[in-house]
Design a protein around this ligand. Structure first.
Ligand code: GLN
Length: 562
């Protein structure tokens, strides 16, 4: 039988429960255990797909096409645990399932209630992840203890231990221990209250992980332990990490978390093999180059809106011995101030995905700037569509070219609705979603990056390149370098005459890991490093640097995913 770990959060939101859960998953895997990971979100939307990035941050897409919480991105970057739509449930989905059962008459005349019907449904989705080949299921409960919305989930995980035996379950609670400058002290009271709330509903946490900006003294840990009714060794400090999120697992190991979990759940685990993770941190701490990449989007003020893209850029940096400084540029600022002022000093420009017309002209102008100045460019989904619009207008001369998403009646609809989308009216879960195969054109820059001709990448869009214009684009120097296997859908375009200009209809950022960087991010950051070097050489009036001479680290020996 699988063992279950439940991760809850208290005091405030945004404590990094996702990162902590992912780190626990990674540490258990590194001890040879097989782990499945899951997030239960208390909001009523069926999935985050219909939510604005301002509300929710990035929507993370899985191979199976499910649109999920961004914490699943942490799970995939830290672990090799396979993720499917069973790994993210919301209150909306739980209620939808229960109501559907009621309509089918499955409750045989009963009054349908939160307890037991909703809680049974929740327990069912938790149990579903377990199985004979799974040692540990880690279930993260979204929200903060004390929220009305999360109560059914907390009640369900309380009952879960009754069903399968307390010895098979572990409750880990993540809290904040704030430092009050005026008092010059760390304050443990919010943690005491938060644990008090958990205990009121019948959950006694086994382990407390305390987020803090300063080290917890033994006395402070002893005080928390006493008031929260747990042994002192189960009060684990998690200090803020300014340098990299990939440090979190190591600091948890230093404080004995993995050992404690293994002991408390009586897991048959080996010692942790952290060599590749140590090497990763070593590379992160010792970059040879520092480059700047501008990410030009319309949600650039929101830290989490392009989360996986920022992470994948870091991974591209790791592969190239470079620290990537990300300059978040608002596309509407490009419209107001022009690209020259905002993008002149950067080594690469990335235009990410998005929806709706706002800020589009700024993105198109950023593409033009990168194309004309020979700045390495990576366009992703909407970013690819902007690259196509820009090329149509400014190179082919198709005035007013646009996507029908922004201008239905434009004279040159170079981006138009996918055929399969034309009759769809519902917004939720109806895009072209999830992993789709693509065939690369031999000899293209894209094929060189991937080093293979068959790929599979994740999609999330309704519009596509309009095939009626393919010939004109090719004749003017923008090549199609990947299509769907039947050749009908354009998946990648590139400009062979440019130092590095690749734009993709899919989302490569969802398949990048720190120890297995995505080839396109590796290639893009590599080109940005080359530009950076040749610019600094020019400034010192020496010979231009030869990009191929650069020292690049060897690939990792133990990628967590093949
Ligand atoms: N809005 C565009 C479409 O639906 C691009 C989507 C995206 O960037 N994810 O096709």
């Amino acid at each position: 039988m699988s063992k279950h770990i439940f991760v809850t959060g208290g005091v405030v939101s945004s404590l990094g429960k996702g990162l902590t859960s992912a780190s626990i998953g990674m540490l258990l895997e590194k001890r040879g255990l097989s782990v499945r990971m899951q997030k239960l979100d208390p909001y009523i939307n069926v999935d985050p797909g219909t939510m604005s990035p301002y509300q929710h941050g990035e929507v993370y897409v899985l191979d199976d096409g499910s649109e999920t919480d961004l914490d699943l991105g942490h799970y995939e970057r830290f672990t090799g645990s396979p993720l499917t739509r069973d790994c993210n449930y919301t209150t909306g989905q739980i209620y939808q399932a229960v109501i559907n059962k009621e309509r089918r008459g499955e409750f045989l005349g009963q009054t349908v209630q939160v307890i037991p019907h909703i809680t049974n449904e929740i327990k069912g989705v938790i149990a579903k992840l377990g199985g004979p080949s799974v040692d540990v299921v880690i279930t993260e409960i979204g929200g903060t203890v004390g929220d009305i919305e999360s109560q059914p989930f907390l009640e369900a995980i309380r009952q879960f231990a009754l069903d399968i035996g307390k010895e098979n379950c572990l409750y880990i609670h993540l809290t904040l221990v704030p430092y009050l400058k005026a008092a010059g002290e760390l304050k443990t009271k919010p943690t005491q209250h938060s644990v008090g709330q958990l205990r009121q509903i019948g959950i006694q946490p086994d382990i407390l992980i305390c987020r803090t900006e300063r080290a917890l003294s033994r006395d402070e840990r002893a005080k928390i332990a006493l008031f929260c009714n747990i042994p002192i060794e189960a009060v684990i400090e998690e200090r803020d990490k300014e340098f990299s999120v990939y440090e979190v697992p190591m600091s948890l190991v230093e404080h004995g978390l993995d050992e404690l979990i293994v002991r408390k759940l009586q897991l048959k685990a080996g010692p942790p093999d952290l060599a590749s993770w140590r090497e990763l941190l070593h590379r992160l701490r010792n970059p040879e180059y520092e480059i700047t990449i501008a990410v030009v989007g319309k949600y650039s003020e929101h830290r989490d809106a392009y989360k996986s893209i920022y992470e994948a850029l870091d991974h591209g940096g790791i592969a190239n011995n470079a620290q990537v400084r990300i300059q978040r540029v608002h596309s509407e600022a490009v419209e107001r101030e022009g690209p020259e002022r905002l993008l002149s000093g950067v080594d690469g420009v990335l235009v990410p995905g998005g929806f709706g017309e706002r800020g589009i002209e700024g993105k198109v102008d950023a593409v033009r700037f990168a194309r004309q100045r020979g700045i390495p460019f990576l366009g992703i989904c909407l970013g690819m569509q902007c690259a196509v619009i820009e090329f149509a207008r400014n190179v082919i001369g198709l005035q007013g070219a646009n996507s029908t998403e922004f201008d239905k009646d434009n004279p040159h609809p170079v981006i138009c609705l996918l055929d399969e989308q034309k009759t769809i009216t519902d917004k939720g879960g109806t895009m072209r979603l999830g992993a789709q195969p693509a065939r690369l054109v031999p000899g293209s820059r894209t094929a060189l990056c991937y080093d293979t001709l068959e790929i599979s990448e994740r999609h999330r869009h309704r519009y596509e390149f309009n095939n009626a214009y393919r010939q004109q684009f090719a004749a003017h120097g923008m090549q199609v370098s990947a299509t769907s296997p039947d050749g009908k859908l354009v998946e990648v375009v590139e400009i062979p005459g440019h130092p590095w200009f690749v734009a993709v209809q899919f989302h490569p950022e969802f398949k990048s890991q720190p120890t297995d960087p995505h080839p396109l991010f590796e290639g893009f950051v590599g080109a940005a490093v080359a530009r950076h070097l040749s610019r600094s050489e020019r400034q010192t009036k020496a010979e231009p640097a030869d990009a191929t001479e650069r020292k690049k680290p060897k690939p990792f020996e133990h990628p967590t995913r093949s």
